[in-house]
Design a protein. Structure first.
Length: 216
């Protein structure tokens, strides 16, 4: 595995710099791809097989994979399936000299960013890798925001969770009061408390938060 040196600004950051994992059994391809990507200021790690990559891959590392399909042992398609079945959503760019329509369709269904044929133009590879890195950054940001939301929701009492679920279902204060055998005023007071607790500006926003958290 080949690693470039991370810039100081990234080393000081709490979030690792994105890295491109090149998985290809051809050493010449790995070397040329690595040099090309590094020339554009990108960090790379190179692997001669799918098994070698899996043995060292850390899902917390931002980045993407540039993946060959035909390799000894586990194929690129099998690696992609293994990653998806294990819940890894890292963006993948297929770069192969042995692609056909059926395999392109199958890999597209597994959520790859693009399917490129060797030899691909350098700018096409760079543009596709940059797109993959943006997709990964956006996905990780969404996941971080979702985790923050779940943490906020975890502070709700069982009654508050029940109430927010009813609000998300579109029930009125009167309907909720009847279901919970409390007064409408009590429901309104609970709703006002929920709005403040979750920093929501109105019931619609409260309901949206509940749906995103799986309570709706």
């Amino acid at each position: 595995m080949t690693n470039t040196t991370s810039p100081t600004s990234h080393a000081e950051s709490t979030v690792p710099a994105p890295r491109i994992f090149i998985v290809d059994d051809d050493p010449a391809i790995r070397k040329s791809l690595g040099m090309m990507l590094q020339a554009h200021g990108l960090l790379t790690s190179e692997f001669a097989s799918a098994d070698e990559f899996l043995a060292k891959y850390d899902t917390s590392q931002p980045g993407c994979i540039v993946l060959d399909l035909r390799m000894p042992g586990m194929t690129g398609e099998e690696l992609l399936k293994t990653l998806r079945q294990g819940g890894a959503e890292i963006p993948v760019v297929i770069l192969t000299g042995h692609g056909d329509v059926p395999v392109a369709v199958r890999t597209m269904k597994l959520g790859i960013v693009d399917f490129l044929q060797k030899p691909a133009e350098h700018q096409t590879v760079i543009d596709t890798v940059q797109l993959a890195l943006r997709k990964d950054a956006e996905r990780r940001l969404e996941e971080a925001e979702h985790q923050k939301l779940l943490k906020r929701m975890s502070r709700l009492t069982p009654r508050e969770r029940e109430l927010i679920s009813m609000l998300a279902a579109g029930k009125t204060s009167k309907e909720i009061a009847s279901a919970l055998t409390v007064s409408v005023k009590t429901v309104d007071n609970h709703r006002a408390h929920l709005l403040a607790k979750l920093d929501a500006s109105n019931v619609a926003e409260l309901a949206a938060l509940a749906v995103r958290a799986g309570l709706g």
